[in-house]
Design a binder for this molecule. Sequence first.
Ligand code: ADP
Ligand code: MG
Length: 396
Amino acid sequence: MSEPSAATQNALQTNARSKAGSWSAPGRVNLLGEHTDYTGGFVLPMAINFATTATITPADDDQYHFDSASFPERRTQSRDDRSPKQGGWADYPTGVLRQMQALGLDIAPFILHIDGNVPLGAGLSSSASIEVATAVALLGFSGHKLPLEEIAVLCRRAENQYVGAPSGIMDQFVSTAAKAGHALLLNTRTLAYEHLPIATGTLATTRVVVTNSMVKHSIASGEYSVRYRQVMDGQQALREQFPEVEDLGGATLEQLAACEDKMSTESYKRCRHIISENGRVREARVAMTAGDAAAFGKLMVSSHASQRDDFECSVAETDFLADTALTLEGCYGARLTGGGFGGCTVSLVEAKNVPAFVTALQAAYRERFGIEAPCYVCEAVDGAVARHPEVVEVAL
Ligand code: ADP
Ligand code: MG
């Protein structure tokens, strides 16, 4: 029998350090702070009881293998493959692998199997959950550790640079750093974060209900880039007038008003949404700390109005869901959540009223639009790092 080649010996040695197992990361719903995470603002999401699991076993053929219970496409690639994205779901875990390789982490050949129950493309961030699950799985499998922030940031880079989707940091951060029973308040400029308990005072008996409108208007991707441009133009005009303002996250409505004539009406309205939304997140922190469900609900309602009138990213279906929710017993507030032009609404509802709330909202929506709207009653769960503390350099 011939000696194994040097490459095979290396692979065998690295494989010997590798640990097969399953690692998971949750999806999320954003409670408040919409379109604020690419201009240094605040967001207030929570991780939800829907997750993606990445199971890894060592491969003996010197290749990386990817498959998912949700898609027929399987992908195999060599360890030194650096080809660009191919299109398809496997770009998400591949992007994460490439980011880890770029950091110089040695990862042995593996078979990665993805499974999970985060609804795909519904605005609950299945994309961040597959990225973060893959990241913690690759770390756990190969015995490496990274700082918590680095895990979130590299997953965002995978989505921005490899998959090519221009998302902010919110989704990956909350999927990584969330804590059960808490929402996560994140400053997207500094990445400073705080876990806020959501079961205090009158909030203790409420539930977070997400309703999927089941529509995604085809204008969405074009409109996102138009909005992005308008926001950036407005921010630039603000900075010219107030050099001390780093970004919209640090700007006031008074400053914005002072340079209204330096920007288009659209830019002015988009920026007014973002600055007022940052204010609402700050107020939400106070409401949550005080356990004040009514105050929190009011902020959700004004956030929806601001998205509808100033950011103009709500549509008839999500307006209907948010407005109808408010007419139902036990509902403190409701708003569009996620990027908009369809997607989901989130409502804060008294627990005892949830079954009747869901039935009535679905019936009204069915009658008006002829569409079945799935409702998800969400709990705030741990993010990936709290589930798998061995992959992080400093435990939570
Ligand atoms: P959202 O993040 O709102 O669910 P996205 O369009 O950003 O929607 O991401 C959805 C995509 O993420 C899917 O189309 C698929 O490519 C990938 N993805 C998410 N979860 C899985 C999974 N369990 N298996 C395979 N791919 C997944
Ligand atoms: Mg996504």
